[in-house]
Design a protein around this ligand. Structure first.
Ligand SMILES: C[S@@+](CC[C@H](N)C(=O)[O-])C[C@H]1O[C@@H](n2cnc3c(N)ncnc32)[C@H](O)[C@@H]1O
Length: 157
């Protein structure tokens, strides 16, 4: 299922639940389902570390609306098993990448390819396997491609 965009492609951003939101209201970019399924087939994820009740991709998940209060913060909660993580792309992204780099098992992240950032150099460049995406992903339900490049970052624990 894909999110809708309105006519202004430059400002278009997918929302997790409602089809469309301006960029100032969300930094959540839902993984294209087929893209996730390909990675899941290979890695057999057991935990979606950054999710919600409507966009979770694994049986086990952390999210702000999780019915169990202990599962509402993927940044402070304990990660177990093979972790999928497409975090919010705002300023806090560095905390998600740091946590992933410290996990003692597999973590696969879908991230914006911001190769000039401190978090990329500190936690990804020499510690992870990185696959840069050719072209740009169409997140969620979007008709248009994202205005930024993406990368898959794999921490092998
Ligand atoms: C980019 S979306 C990822 C959605 C989906 N899990 C996926 O991979 O496509 C990021 C999700 O993280 C959630 N989120 C934000 N802060 C969080 C936190 N502290 N702990 C867990 N999830 C969080 C957001 O509500 C949003 O649903």
């Amino acid at each position: 299922m894909y999110h809708r965009c309105n006519g202004n492609a430059r400002n278009a951003i997918p929302s997790m639940d409602n089809g469309y939101m301006p960029p100032s209201q969300t930094d959540d970019w839902a993984t294209p389902r087929a893209f996730y399924d390909d990675l899941d087939m290979f890695h057999e994820f057991t935990l979606d570390a950054a999710a919600s009740s409507t966009n979770r991709l694994c049986e086990q998940w952390f999210g702000l609306d999780h019915p169990n209060p202990d599962r509402r913060n993927g940044l402070t909660g304990t990660w177990e098993g093979h972790v999928w993580c497409n975090p919010p792309y705002g300023r806090g992204i560095k905390d998600w990448v740091k946590k992933a780099s410290e996990h003692n098992d597999l973590v696969v992240m879908l991230l914006p390819a911001r190769t000039d950032t401190a978090w990329f150099h500190d936690y990804c460049l020499y510690k992870a396997q990185i696959e840069f995406m050719r072209g740009r992903l169409k997140f969620g339900n979007a008709i248009n491609a994202a205005p930024f490049p993406s990368m898959v970052v794999i921490f092998n624990g």
